[in-house]
Write a protein that binds this ligand. Structure first.
Ligand code: G3H
Ligand code: 13P
Ligand code: ZN
Length: 326
Protein backbone atom coordinates (compact mmCIF):
# COMPACT_ATOMS: atom_id res chain seq x y z
CA UNK A 1 0.00 0.00 0.00
CA UNK A 2 1.43 3.37 -1.01
CA UNK A 3 1.42 6.30 1.40
CA UNK A 4 -1.52 8.75 1.21
CA UNK A 5 -0.38 12.35 0.70
CA UNK A 6 -2.66 15.27 1.59
CA UNK A 7 -2.40 18.27 -0.72
CA UNK A 8 -2.46 20.71 2.21
CA UNK A 9 0.70 19.10 3.57
CA UNK A 10 2.41 19.90 0.26
CA UNK A 11 1.30 23.54 0.49
CA UNK A 12 -1.27 23.34 -2.33
CA UNK A 13 -4.81 24.73 -2.46
CA UNK A 14 -7.94 23.57 -4.26
CA UNK A 15 -9.53 25.76 -6.94
CA UNK A 16 -12.64 26.96 -5.04
CA UNK A 17 -11.28 30.24 -3.73
CA UNK A 18 -9.28 30.89 -6.93
CA UNK A 19 -12.42 30.63 -9.05
CA UNK A 20 -14.54 32.77 -6.73
CA UNK A 21 -11.94 35.55 -6.95
CA UNK A 22 -11.52 35.14 -10.72
CA UNK A 23 -15.29 35.37 -11.25
CA UNK A 24 -15.47 38.47 -9.08
CA UNK A 25 -12.43 40.10 -10.68
CA UNK A 26 -13.23 39.31 -14.32
CA UNK A 27 -10.09 37.33 -15.10
CA UNK A 28 -9.16 33.66 -15.61
CA UNK A 29 -6.75 31.41 -13.73
CA UNK A 30 -4.06 29.95 -16.01
CA UNK A 31 -3.88 26.16 -16.12
CA UNK A 32 -0.52 25.19 -17.64
CA UNK A 33 0.38 21.55 -18.37
CA UNK A 34 3.73 20.08 -17.39
CA UNK A 35 5.50 16.73 -17.44
CA UNK A 36 9.11 17.62 -16.58
CA UNK A 37 11.20 19.81 -14.29
CA UNK A 38 11.99 22.62 -16.73
CA UNK A 39 8.32 23.05 -17.66
CA UNK A 40 7.28 23.04 -14.01
CA UNK A 41 9.95 25.58 -13.05
CA UNK A 42 9.19 27.77 -16.07
CA UNK A 43 5.49 27.86 -15.15
CA UNK A 44 5.85 28.55 -11.44
CA UNK A 45 8.66 31.09 -11.84
CA UNK A 46 6.62 32.88 -14.54
CA UNK A 47 3.58 32.92 -12.26
CA UNK A 48 5.58 33.93 -9.17
CA UNK A 49 7.22 36.81 -11.06
CA UNK A 50 3.84 38.00 -12.36
CA UNK A 51 2.15 37.36 -8.97
CA UNK A 52 -0.49 35.10 -10.51
CA UNK A 53 -2.34 32.17 -8.95
CA UNK A 54 -1.76 29.03 -11.00
CA UNK A 55 -3.17 25.59 -11.71
CA UNK A 56 -0.43 23.11 -12.53
CA UNK A 57 -2.03 20.38 -14.55
CA UNK A 58 -0.98 16.89 -15.54
CA UNK A 59 -2.70 14.51 -17.91
CA UNK A 60 -2.80 10.79 -17.14
CA UNK A 61 -0.01 10.12 -19.60
CA UNK A 62 2.07 13.04 -18.29
CA UNK A 63 1.68 11.59 -14.78
CA UNK A 64 2.93 8.24 -16.00
CA UNK A 65 5.81 9.97 -17.82
CA UNK A 66 6.95 11.91 -14.73
CA UNK A 67 6.13 8.91 -12.50
CA UNK A 68 3.10 8.86 -10.22
CA UNK A 69 5.24 8.60 -7.07
CA UNK A 70 7.65 11.34 -8.12
CA UNK A 71 4.98 13.86 -9.14
CA UNK A 72 3.69 15.09 -5.74
CA UNK A 73 7.28 15.76 -4.71
CA UNK A 74 7.80 17.83 -7.86
CA UNK A 75 4.79 19.91 -6.82
CA UNK A 76 6.19 20.18 -3.29
CA UNK A 77 9.50 21.37 -4.73
CA UNK A 78 7.67 23.99 -6.78
CA UNK A 79 5.80 25.30 -3.72
CA UNK A 80 9.01 25.47 -1.68
CA UNK A 81 10.85 27.19 -4.52
CA UNK A 82 8.32 30.02 -4.85
CA UNK A 83 8.38 30.48 -1.08
CA UNK A 84 12.14 30.88 -1.20
CA UNK A 85 11.73 33.32 -4.10
CA UNK A 86 9.59 35.36 -1.72
CA UNK A 87 6.48 35.22 -3.90
CA UNK A 88 4.09 32.74 -2.30
CA UNK A 89 1.23 32.35 -4.81
CA UNK A 90 -1.80 30.01 -4.61
CA UNK A 91 -0.88 26.78 -6.44
CA UNK A 92 -3.27 23.93 -7.30
CA UNK A 93 -2.21 20.54 -8.69
CA UNK A 94 -4.86 19.28 -11.10
CA UNK A 95 -5.48 16.05 -13.01
CA UNK A 96 -6.26 17.00 -16.63
CA UNK A 97 -8.71 14.81 -18.58
CA UNK A 98 -9.02 12.05 -15.99
CA UNK A 99 -10.89 9.19 -17.62
CA UNK A 100 -11.79 6.90 -14.69
CA UNK A 101 -12.77 6.94 -11.02
CA UNK A 102 -9.65 4.87 -10.22
CA UNK A 103 -7.29 7.42 -11.79
CA UNK A 104 -9.03 10.35 -10.08
CA UNK A 105 -8.90 8.53 -6.71
CA UNK A 106 -5.21 7.69 -7.13
CA UNK A 107 -4.50 11.37 -7.77
CA UNK A 108 -6.58 12.54 -4.80
CA UNK A 109 -4.74 10.01 -2.60
CA UNK A 110 -1.35 11.26 -3.78
CA UNK A 111 -1.59 15.01 -3.23
CA UNK A 112 -3.68 16.44 -6.08
CA UNK A 113 -5.93 19.30 -4.95
CA UNK A 114 -8.21 19.21 -7.99
CA UNK A 115 -9.22 16.60 -10.57
CA UNK A 116 -11.06 16.54 -13.87
CA UNK A 117 -13.33 13.69 -14.83
CA UNK A 118 -13.73 13.96 -18.56
CA UNK A 119 -16.74 11.81 -19.43
CA UNK A 120 -17.65 14.02 -22.39
CA UNK A 121 -17.40 11.14 -24.88
CA UNK A 122 -20.01 9.14 -22.89
CA UNK A 123 -23.77 9.61 -23.17
CA UNK A 124 -25.14 12.26 -20.74
CA UNK A 125 -26.34 9.87 -17.99
CA UNK A 126 -23.13 7.84 -17.98
CA UNK A 127 -21.02 11.01 -17.91
CA UNK A 128 -23.11 12.39 -15.02
CA UNK A 129 -22.93 9.14 -13.00
CA UNK A 130 -19.15 8.79 -13.40
CA UNK A 131 -18.58 12.44 -12.58
CA UNK A 132 -20.85 12.15 -9.51
CA UNK A 133 -18.84 9.18 -8.24
CA UNK A 134 -15.62 11.22 -8.44
CA UNK A 135 -17.25 14.28 -6.83
CA UNK A 136 -18.39 12.21 -3.82
CA UNK A 137 -14.89 10.89 -3.14
CA UNK A 138 -13.16 14.20 -3.95
CA UNK A 139 -15.38 16.33 -1.73
CA UNK A 140 -14.74 14.01 1.23
CA UNK A 141 -11.14 15.19 0.86
CA UNK A 142 -11.94 18.82 0.02
CA UNK A 143 -10.62 18.30 -3.52
CA UNK A 144 -12.42 20.22 -6.28
CA UNK A 145 -13.74 18.56 -9.46
CA UNK A 146 -14.05 19.71 -13.07
CA UNK A 147 -16.52 17.97 -15.39
CA UNK A 148 -17.00 18.30 -19.13
CA UNK A 149 -20.04 18.56 -21.37
CA UNK A 150 -19.62 18.76 -25.13
CA UNK A 151 -16.74 17.36 -27.16
CA UNK A 152 -13.65 19.21 -28.38
CA UNK A 153 -11.99 18.20 -31.63
CA UNK A 154 -8.38 17.04 -31.42
CA UNK A 155 -6.50 14.86 -28.98
CA UNK A 156 -7.50 14.69 -25.31
CA UNK A 157 -4.81 12.49 -23.83
CA UNK A 158 -5.44 9.07 -25.38
CA UNK A 159 -8.90 9.99 -26.69
CA UNK A 160 -8.98 11.65 -30.10
CA UNK A 161 -12.00 13.24 -31.79
CA UNK A 162 -12.15 14.29 -35.44
CA UNK A 163 -15.01 16.73 -34.94
CA UNK A 164 -16.32 18.84 -32.08
CA UNK A 165 -19.85 18.87 -30.66
CA UNK A 166 -20.74 22.13 -29.01
CA UNK A 167 -22.06 22.00 -25.45
CA UNK A 168 -25.86 22.04 -25.32
CA UNK A 169 -26.77 24.85 -22.86
CA UNK A 170 -30.04 23.12 -21.99
CA UNK A 171 -28.08 20.19 -20.48
CA UNK A 172 -25.77 22.24 -18.27
CA UNK A 173 -28.07 22.98 -15.34
CA UNK A 174 -29.09 19.36 -14.90
CA UNK A 175 -25.47 18.18 -15.18
CA UNK A 176 -24.20 20.65 -12.58
CA UNK A 177 -27.05 19.78 -10.22
CA UNK A 178 -26.77 16.00 -10.65
CA UNK A 179 -23.00 15.81 -10.32
CA UNK A 180 -22.14 18.53 -7.79
CA UNK A 181 -19.09 19.53 -9.86
CA UNK A 182 -17.18 22.68 -8.94
CA UNK A 183 -16.50 23.78 -12.52
CA UNK A 184 -17.46 22.74 -16.04
CA UNK A 185 -15.43 22.53 -19.25
CA UNK A 186 -17.47 23.43 -22.32
CA UNK A 187 -17.06 23.18 -26.06
CA UNK A 188 -17.55 26.50 -27.92
CA UNK A 189 -15.11 26.13 -30.81
CA UNK A 190 -11.69 25.61 -29.23
CA UNK A 191 -9.78 22.37 -29.84
CA UNK A 192 -6.64 20.67 -28.61
CA UNK A 193 -3.22 20.81 -30.25
CA UNK A 194 -1.44 23.19 -32.63
CA UNK A 195 -3.75 22.83 -35.65
CA UNK A 196 -7.07 24.16 -34.45
CA UNK A 197 -8.57 25.44 -37.70
CA UNK A 198 -8.17 24.85 -41.39
CA UNK A 199 -7.81 28.36 -42.81
CA UNK A 200 -6.22 29.70 -46.01
CA UNK A 201 -3.32 32.21 -45.63
CA UNK A 202 -4.66 35.64 -44.64
CA UNK A 203 -8.07 34.21 -43.71
CA UNK A 204 -9.49 34.89 -40.21
CA UNK A 205 -10.19 31.92 -37.92
CA UNK A 206 -13.88 31.38 -37.07
CA UNK A 207 -14.85 33.18 -33.83
CA UNK A 208 -15.65 31.20 -30.68
CA UNK A 209 -19.36 30.64 -30.02
CA UNK A 210 -19.84 33.32 -27.38
CA UNK A 211 -23.59 32.99 -27.91
CA UNK A 212 -23.43 29.46 -26.42
CA UNK A 213 -21.28 30.69 -23.53
CA UNK A 214 -23.78 33.49 -22.80
CA UNK A 215 -26.67 31.05 -22.85
CA UNK A 216 -24.80 28.81 -20.37
CA UNK A 217 -24.03 31.79 -18.11
CA UNK A 218 -27.74 32.58 -18.00
CA UNK A 219 -28.63 29.05 -16.97
CA UNK A 220 -25.97 28.69 -14.25
CA UNK A 221 -25.18 32.25 -13.12
CA UNK A 222 -21.86 32.64 -11.34
CA UNK A 223 -20.79 29.06 -12.03
CA UNK A 224 -17.09 28.63 -13.04
CA UNK A 225 -16.62 27.64 -16.69
CA UNK A 226 -13.40 26.14 -18.12
CA UNK A 227 -11.94 26.59 -21.58
CA UNK A 228 -9.77 23.77 -22.90
CA UNK A 229 -7.76 23.92 -26.12
CA UNK A 230 -6.98 27.59 -25.56
CA UNK A 231 -3.44 27.95 -26.91
CA UNK A 232 -2.93 30.82 -29.34
CA UNK A 233 -0.21 28.95 -31.30
CA UNK A 234 1.96 32.07 -31.52
CA UNK A 235 3.08 32.53 -35.17
CA UNK A 236 6.49 33.72 -33.91
CA UNK A 237 7.23 30.28 -32.42
CA UNK A 238 5.85 28.38 -35.42
CA UNK A 239 8.07 30.50 -37.69
CA UNK A 240 11.11 29.81 -35.51
CA UNK A 241 10.42 26.06 -35.45
CA UNK A 242 10.12 25.98 -39.25
CA UNK A 243 13.20 28.19 -39.70
CA UNK A 244 15.38 25.85 -37.63
CA UNK A 245 14.51 22.56 -39.28
CA UNK A 246 11.01 21.84 -37.95
CA UNK A 247 7.92 21.12 -39.96
CA UNK A 248 4.76 22.63 -38.59
CA UNK A 249 2.57 23.56 -41.52
CA UNK A 250 -0.80 25.26 -41.04
CA UNK A 251 -0.43 25.55 -37.26
CA UNK A 252 -3.04 28.00 -35.96
CA UNK A 253 -4.66 28.76 -32.59
CA UNK A 254 -7.19 30.93 -30.74
CA UNK A 255 -6.62 34.70 -31.17
CA UNK A 256 -5.61 36.41 -27.91
CA UNK A 257 -8.45 38.91 -28.23
CA UNK A 258 -11.02 36.13 -27.98
CA UNK A 259 -9.33 34.67 -24.91
CA UNK A 260 -9.34 38.13 -23.28
CA UNK A 261 -13.06 38.35 -23.90
CA UNK A 262 -13.60 34.85 -22.46
CA UNK A 263 -11.51 35.67 -19.37
CA UNK A 264 -13.84 38.57 -18.61
CA UNK A 265 -16.86 36.25 -18.60
CA UNK A 266 -17.75 33.20 -16.47
CA UNK A 267 -14.63 31.46 -17.86
CA UNK A 268 -12.47 31.11 -14.74
CA UNK A 269 -9.86 28.63 -16.01
CA UNK A 270 -8.02 28.68 -19.34
CA UNK A 271 -5.99 25.62 -20.34
CA UNK A 272 -2.67 26.07 -22.11
CA UNK A 273 -0.39 23.21 -23.09
CA UNK A 274 0.55 23.52 -26.78
CA UNK A 275 1.90 27.10 -26.44
CA UNK A 276 4.39 26.02 -23.79
CA UNK A 277 5.51 23.09 -25.93
CA UNK A 278 5.97 25.36 -28.95
CA UNK A 279 7.97 27.97 -27.01
CA UNK A 280 10.41 25.38 -25.67
CA UNK A 281 10.71 23.50 -28.95
CA UNK A 282 11.41 26.71 -30.89
CA UNK A 283 14.30 27.65 -28.60
CA UNK A 284 15.74 24.13 -28.42
CA UNK A 285 15.73 23.91 -32.24
CA UNK A 286 17.51 27.27 -32.47
CA UNK A 287 20.21 26.21 -29.99
CA UNK A 288 20.82 22.95 -31.87
CA UNK A 289 20.87 24.64 -35.28
CA UNK A 290 23.33 27.31 -34.13
CA UNK A 291 25.48 25.02 -31.93
CA UNK A 292 25.43 21.56 -33.50
CA UNK A 293 28.18 20.35 -31.13
CA UNK A 294 26.19 21.21 -27.98
CA UNK A 295 25.33 18.21 -25.79
CA UNK A 296 24.88 19.61 -22.27
CA UNK A 297 21.11 19.52 -21.58
CA UNK A 298 21.40 22.65 -19.43
CA UNK A 299 22.50 24.57 -22.54
CA UNK A 300 19.26 23.87 -24.40
CA UNK A 301 16.74 23.17 -21.62
CA UNK A 302 17.91 26.28 -19.74
CA UNK A 303 17.11 28.75 -22.57
CA UNK A 304 13.87 26.83 -23.22
CA UNK A 305 12.87 27.35 -19.57
CA UNK A 306 13.70 31.06 -19.85
CA UNK A 307 11.44 31.37 -22.89
CA UNK A 308 8.62 29.60 -21.05
CA UNK A 309 8.95 32.04 -18.13
CA UNK A 310 8.64 34.93 -20.61
CA UNK A 311 5.61 33.38 -22.28
CA UNK A 312 3.81 32.64 -19.00
CA UNK A 313 4.33 36.21 -17.75
CA UNK A 314 3.04 37.65 -21.02
CA UNK A 315 -0.09 35.48 -20.97
CA UNK A 316 -0.87 36.20 -17.33
CA UNK A 317 -0.45 39.93 -17.82
CA UNK A 318 -1.92 40.50 -21.27
CA UNK A 319 -4.32 37.63 -22.01
CA UNK A 320 -5.78 36.04 -18.84
CA UNK A 321 -5.55 39.10 -16.59
CA UNK A 322 -4.40 36.94 -13.66
CA UNK A 323 -1.18 38.86 -13.01
CA UNK A 324 -0.98 40.72 -9.67
CA UNK A 325 -4.06 38.83 -8.39
CA UNK A 326 -2.20 36.42 -6.11
O1 G3H B 1 -5.65 18.16 -23.36
C1 G3H B 1 -4.61 17.50 -23.50
C2 G3H B 1 -3.34 18.02 -22.96
O2 G3H B 1 -2.73 18.89 -23.87
C3 G3H B 1 -2.45 16.91 -22.50
O3 G3H B 1 -1.79 16.26 -23.53
O4 G3H B 1 -2.00 13.79 -23.09
O5 G3H B 1 -0.17 14.70 -24.50
O6 G3H B 1 -0.18 15.05 -22.04
P1 G3H B 1 -1.00 14.85 -23.28
P1 13P C 1 -3.99 23.38 -26.05
O1 13P C 1 -3.61 22.20 -26.88
O2 13P C 1 -4.73 24.40 -26.87
O3 13P C 1 -2.83 23.99 -25.36
O4 13P C 1 -5.02 22.88 -24.93
C1 13P C 1 -4.56 22.31 -23.74
C2 13P C 1 -5.64 21.70 -22.91
O5 13P C 1 -6.82 21.89 -23.11
C3 13P C 1 -5.22 20.83 -21.81
O6 13P C 1 -6.29 20.21 -21.19
ZN1 ZN D 1 -7.92 19.79 -22.50
Amino acid sequence: MTEVIKYKDIGLVNTRDMFAKAMEGGYAIPAYNFSNMEQLQGIVIGCAESRSPVILQVSGSARTYAHATFLPYMAMGAVQMVNVLGAAIPIALHLDHGNSFELAKACIDSGFSSVMLDGSHHPFEENAALTRQVVEYAHEHNVTVEGELGVLAGVEDEVSHAVSHYTKPEEVEEFVEKTGVDSLAISIGTSHGAHKFKVKPGEEVPPLRFDILEEIEKRVPGFPIVLHGASSVEPEYVKMINAYGGKMDDAVGIPEEQLRKAAGSAVCKINIDSDGRLAMTAVIRKVFAENPAEFDPRKYLGPAREELIKMVKYKNEHVLGSAFRA
